[in-house]
Design a protein around this ligand. Structure first.
Ligand code: UT7
Length: 322
């Protein structure tokens, strides 16, 4: 069996905030942000657009794309670090929003790597035979976690959601199969202080704000991306030259391009949306997938490598034949 992607959908809040808009409230500039990160704008959620609402819209779009109703889904996994509430999970709220009272729904938390961790989790459920069709959603409202007086972090992030439908289908067991061909996950909790939120229910009883030692994270990022994409290459015998598309987590254009160059992936195969969305954490990969599918780049049968690294640290990759 393979877990095949049969639907894809995305949702971005309407409000767009440009670098120039930020320069009106902070000591920053369009030039600095573009040069250091590649970001030109980000979408910011409104008062009535919590993570579950963005995730629900993306899930509905993915179901419509797959030609399915929620009655045919039996598993919902949401990757998020910005839940509406400490509990219940965003996944159960989306389940209710879809009118589902069957199946299982839960969140996974691996920050920016969350969508890849969620795909790996769903894939194992589907391959075990316990479930048949999963909605895997990355949904975030990082704007709510930011310290809007800290220019070193608040210019980097945005809000959004993306979702895929994964369906268990019989396969031949070769890399010619459609579906998830391998998933590779890593974590190393010693790096907590480089990227974390300074609050939580069992410490401060507050939500806290995102804190990042940007240069330190940057220093680790390219090596971790390299390590995890090479793990997917080794597991499948695929190389950078074989890929049709490289869809990385969208944190920083410089990290993305340096990683692609090191991995022997041609720049024209790299999907970049950080300019439009900023860093949307677990939503960034499904948003980038939706962008590249909608503009005609990603087509059925294409070999797509996704990867991410983020808080924890966590880092992960998955090779998918679309
Ligand atoms: O998604 C999870 C993974 N996260 C990441 O991958 C993020 C990784 N890190 C990065 O992308 C980069 O480190 C940043 C974009 C966050 C920062 O770029 P950098 O080239 O590492 O800059 P820096 O932090 O070394 O700061 C350089 C200068 C500093 O001034 P001094 O000390 O050189 O005088 C900062 O104070 O830029 C200053 N600075 C700013 N200037 C204008 C920091 N933020 C800003 C800003 N506008 N927004």
């Amino acid at each position: 069996m393979r877990s095949v992607v049969t639907g894809l959908g995305a949702c971005l809040p309407k409000r767009i905030v440009s670098n120039d808009d930020l320069a009106k409230m902070l000591d920053t500039s369009d030039e600095w942000i573009i040069q250091r990160t590649g970001i030109r704008q980000r979408h910011i959620a409104g008062e009535h657009e919590p993570t579950s609402v963005l995730g629900l819209r993306a899930a509905e779009a993915a179901l419509a794309d797959a030609g399915l109703t929620s009655a045919e889904i039996d598993l919902i996994i949401v990757a998020t670090a910005t839940p509406d509430y400490t509990f219940p999970s965003v996944a159960t709220q989306i389940q209710a929003g879809l009118g589902m009272t069957h199946g299982a729904a839960f969140d996974v938390q691996a920050v920016c790597s969350g969508f890849v961790f969620a795909i790996a989790t769903a894939d194992k459920f589907l391959l075990s035979g316990s479930h048949k069709r999963a909605l895997v959603i990355g949904a975030e409202t990082f704007s709510k976690l930011l310290d809007w007086t800290d220019r070193s972090t608040c210019v980097l992030f945005g809000d959004g959601a993306g979702a895929i439908v994964l369906e268990a289908r019989e396969a031949t067991g070769t890399v010619a199969d459609r579906g998830v061909l391998t998933t590779q996950l890593r974590s190393d909790g010693r790096h907590r202080e480089k990227l974390y939120v300074d609050g939580g229910p069992s410490t401060t009883q507050t939500t806290g704000h995102l804190r990042m030692a940007g240069r330190e994270v940057f220093r680790h990022a390219v090596g971790m991306v390299n390590d995890i994409v090479n793990a997917s290459f080794s597991a499948t015998g695929i190389t950078g030259a074989d890929l049709d598309w490289f869809v990385p987590h969208q944190a920083n254009r410089r990290i993305i391009e340096a990683s692609a160059d090191k991995l022997g992936i041609a720049r024209e195969k790299v999907v970049i949306t950080v300019d439009l969305h900023g860093n949307t954490s677990a939503a960034s990969i499904p948003l980038a997938l939706a962008t590249a599918r909608d503009d005609g780049r990603i087509k059925q049968g294409d070999l797509v490598m996704i990867e991410a690294m983020g808080g924890g640290f966590t880092w992960a990759s998955a090779l998918i034949r679309w």
